[in-house]
Design a protein around this ligand. Structure first.
Ligand code: BGC
Length: 482
């Protein structure tokens, strides 16, 4: 990792809030130099929080996996599920009630309990614990499955700031948690929707009101203020923002938004791609988008539609390049969600196709088995991908801080049925296997049938993901992970 060459302007050490006025005192020549108590000392903010660290394993997730183990007869599959139980996944703070946990949030742990548990899991070295900040007013404006609890109004924005972000940072700022590297993924799909989905009236309103930008800036300011908190802004995935015009426009929006935060570029440690998506990290048989088949460039095929970024590894490199051109420090990292982008199993191609018909060639070569890259709901045929890993090698120019499992494999993307709930979630046709989606090239969605609400445990999906894992899950695959 290149080290961060810019000065840490604007970063306030965590203890400054604990001992108000300390800095002012220490800076007057006459004042005695009082050091903060060591347990309250601001921890160093490192370039890549995942490097050299272990990661928090969420007991709530392990419980869900156990429920699937209990329903499984096949001993081999059970052993694989048992292995998955030991992997770190992110905790989604997907509504205000998730901060306090308990009965109002499906019996799950509170934020404080997660952090206490992370301390209990910590060995002698550093540990990361990952949280998703996901409660934007007017959330999921271009879809329905993950609509949220806060309306796109000034009141919704105030609740986001006071009842959601402040409540989170109050806990994270407790000096007791100083030694945990708390990594956050900020608002999946939030800002990308404001670039490419403006034909949707809700997204247009989200943009013109300025509410979502205000919310994201507030989140960055508050989270960055705590020196052991790391911020990764969600940056969708290659099948969404990979076209050059989408990439440049979105980087420009992020640049404008972040430059207006208190600490500017320093507010952001990196970008998160493929969160909750199924795009492969590598398309091993499609390595050159400009190669020609039957006289046409591979990128011009129906599946890629001229998008030159076929996978997340290439996308992370393109993103990094674009960020640096826009003035971002080269230390800015990427994390890629590999929880569900494995695409193993019997349908996975094992070699490059020899067809001279471009679309046949792509279909026979790509490991991504979806009919269209815009399909995002409980995709059938998907499998778990590479286990969480810090600073993976072999991805030149991408500056990847880690492969992470942000979307816990086995939690649903959404439902197509009306299921009463108090989370703001609505039925989404993209989760209906019988729906032919104009927004995805008139292809059937490929969604698994009978899915529960977004975020709820979906045993059938979990089973499929474990069966189709690539690399295959075995006790040995744990080696070399963080
Ligand atoms: C849901 C969240 C959930 C998350 C992780 C999202 O699609 O809207 O409620 O926590 O997925 O499963």
């Amino acid at each position: 990792m290149p080290s961060n060459s810019l000065p840490e302007q604007g970063r306030r050490p965590a203890w400054r809030r604990v001992v108000p006025g300390f800095l002012a005192l220490a800076m007057t020549a006459a004042a005695p130099m009082v050091a903060p108590a060591s347990s309250e000392a601001a921890p160093a903010h490192v370039d890549n929080p995942f490097a050299g660290a272990t990661s928090y394993v969420n007991p709530d997730y392990a419980e869900n996996v156990q429920s699937s183990i209990d329903q499984t007869q096949d001993a081999d599959l059970q052993a694989k599920m048992q292995q998955v139980k030991s992997y770190p996944t992110a905790v989604w703070l997907d509504r205000i009630a998730a901060i306090e946990g308990g009965e109002d949030n499906g019996g799950r742990l509170s934020l404080r309990e997660h952090l206490d548990e992370a301390l209990a899991q910590q060995g002698s070295g550093p540990i990361t614990a990952s949280f998703v900040i996901y409660d934007l007013p007017g959330r999921d404006c271009s879809a329905l499955a993950s609509n949220g609890e806060l309306p796109l109004t000034q009141q919704g924005l105030q609740r986001y700031k006071n009842d959601y972000i402040d409540a989170i940072t109050d806990v994270m700022d407790d000096p007791k948690y100083n030694d945990i590297r708390i990594t956050t993924v900020i608002e999946p799909d939030g800002l990308p929707n404001l670039v490419t989905n403006l034909d949707d009236p809700e997204c247009a309103e989200a943009k013109s009101s300025g509410i979502q930008v205000d919310a994201v800036q507030y989140a960055l300011n508050q989270l960055h203020d705590i020196s052991n908190v790391y911020t990764y802004m969600d940056f969708a995935h290659s099948g969404w923002l990979g076209w050059n015009n989408n990439l440049t426009q979105t980087v420009q929006l992020y640049t404008d938004v972040v430059q207006e935060t208190d600490a500017g570029f320093q507010s952001v440690d990196g970008f998160a791609t493929n969160t909750s998506n199924y795009t492969p990290t590598e398309e091993p048989f499609l390595t050159d988008p400009n190669a020609r088949v039957g006289g046409n460039q591979v990128r011009s095929g129906d599946f890629y539609k001229w998008n030159p970024n076929f996978d997340e590894s290439d996308f992370a490199a393109s993103l990094h390049d674009q960020l640096v051109s826009n003035g971002w420090p080269s230390s800015v990292g990427t994390i890629i969600d590999t929880g569900r982008n494995g695409w193993g199993g019997s349908e996975r191609p094992t070699q490059e196709s020899s067809s001279t018909d471009l679309n046949t060639y792509i279909e026979e070569s790509k490991v991504d088995r979806r009919a269209h890259r815009g399909l995002w709901c409980n995709s059938s045929g998907a499998g778990i991908g590479v286990p969480p890993q810090a600073a993976p090698s072999g991805h030149p120019n991408a500056n990847i801080d880690a492969f992470v499992w942000t979307k816990p494999p086995g939690e649903s993307d959404g439902s197509s049925e009306e299921i009463p709930n108090d989370e703001g979630k609505s039925p989404d046709p993209m989760c209906d296997p019988d729906y032919v989606a104009p927004e995805a090239g008139n292809n059937p969605t490929g969604a698994l049938p009978n899915s529960p609400l977004a975020g709820h445990w979906f045993h059938e999906q979990f089973k499929m993901l474990v069966q189709n894992a690539h690399p295959e899950i075995s006790a040995a695959s744990r080696e070399g992970t963080n």
